[in-house]
Design a binder for this molecule. Structure first.
Ligand code: NAD
Ligand code: LMR
Length: 332
């Protein structure tokens, strides 16, 4: 029997991530090759004409899985009945800007869109916030949509996770698909902690720990961490625009694994509501290693955290605590 279509909201759909993301969703990259979708695309009135152009292109591409397109500047129409909400809309960081500079512009957007989702989305709607500051926007959304379960509100750190996999794969000259279980802890910002203490590579003689294979602790604790932390800024410098195709692809990875499950023995990084695991303050949206099954994520427990890592986990938590205070000061 044919599956019911899933309604997927993409906010900021006329922007550059939106333009990369909607064809991926319509092609089944996010929810699989047998899952029909109806796309709900929201943008603001100045972008209405461009948004309509994206809709025209979606029709022209004749995607077999695409069963309908709602393109609108009305937030209620956009949110009505959606099962998944990918929140990309917002004000992007430009060259030379810190994420905090864009905070006040984004918290008011996330406050009002939280209310619309709470009132009009389908029950059990899952939310992924991409727009920066992603963790704090997600926290604001959670605060102002109290009836959406907190475990349904997440933010994107999968791009950082994928960047870490990419760097290890290049360094060791191995397939990226053979590298697994890196971790991004904390904020989607330059304080994030890309951690390979528990990461492995599949080799002919079984799985080997990344720290053993790289055998250069200086690189792992120096250049590797800095490259991943600063990759977003490096892309902006090179393109004069922030990352888009990698962000869109990682958003698909995030939702696919959340909905369809992570492979056995593999975890991924997701920004989720902290329950105090690993002594991270409860009440922050913080990136943890998670496994997913039956549409639910679970923080991987029991990983050893040495003194070096502890400091890094705490540093990024401190930044998130400050961002939270700053966000609240923007709201008052
Ligand atoms: P963009 O400027 O190209 O697109 C943003 C779109 O959002 C625009 O079309 C704009 O009109 C729209 N928009 C603005 N306010 C809106 C509102 N209130 N409701 C709906 N739409 C609205 O930006 P982009 O390059 O697509 O990036 C989008 C966001 O994603 C930025 O905040 C960027 O910093 C962030 N980002 C996050 C990650 C991550 O890994 N978490 C990676 C890359 C980019
Ligand atoms: C990224 O990581 O590419 C984005 O978050 C862009 C940015 O603002 O750094």
């Amino acid at each position: 029997m044919a599956k019911e279509p899933v309604r997927v909201l993409v906010t900021g759909a006329a922007g550059q991530i939106g333009y990369a993301l909607v064809p991926m969703i319509a092609r089944g990259v996010m929810l699989g090759p047998n899952q029909p979708v109806i796309l709900h695309m929201l943008d603001i009135p100045p972008a209405a004409e461009a948004l309509n152009g994206v809709k025209m292109e979606l029709v022209d591409a004749a995607f077999p899985l695409l069963k309908g397109v709602v393109a609108t500047t009305d937030v209620v129409e956009a949110c009505t009945g959606v099962n998944l909400a990918i929140m990309v809309g917002g004000f992007p960081r430009k060259e030379g800007m810190e994420r905090k500079d864009v905070m006040s512009k984004n918290v008011s957007i996330y406050k009002s869109q939280a209310s619309a989702l709470e009132k009009h989305a389908a029950a059990n709607c899952k939310v992924l916030v991409v727009a920066n500051p992603a963790n704090t926007n997600a926290l604001i959304l959670k605060e102002f949509a109290p009836s959406i379960p907190e475990r349904n509100i997440t933010c994107l750190t999968r791009l950082d996770h994928n960047r870490a996999l990419g760097q290890i794969s290049e360094r060791l000259n191995v397939q990226v698909s053979d590298v697994k279980n890196v971790i991004i802890w904390g904020n989607h910002s330059s304080t994030q902690y890309p951690d390979v203490s528990h990461a492995t590579v599949k080799t002919h003689s079984g799985e080997k720990p990344v720290p053993e294979l790289v055998a250069d602790d200086g690189w792992l604790k120096g250049e590797f961490i800095t490259i991943v932390q600063q990759r977003g800024a490096a892309i902006i410098k090179a393109r004069k625009l922030s990352s888009a195709l990698s962000a869109a692809s990682s958003a698909c990875d995030h939702i696919r694994d959340w909905v369809l499950g992570t492979p056995e023995g593999t975890w991924v990084s997701m920004g989720v509501y902290s329950d105090g695991s690993y002594n991270v303050p409860a009440g922050l949206i913080y990136s943890f290693p998670v496994t997913c099954r039956n549409g639910e994520w679970t923080i991987v427990q029991g990983l050893s955290i040495d003194e070096y890592s502890r400091k890094k986990l705490d540093l990024t938590a401190e930044e998130l605590t400050e961002e939270k205070a700053l966000a609240y000061s923007c709201l008052s």
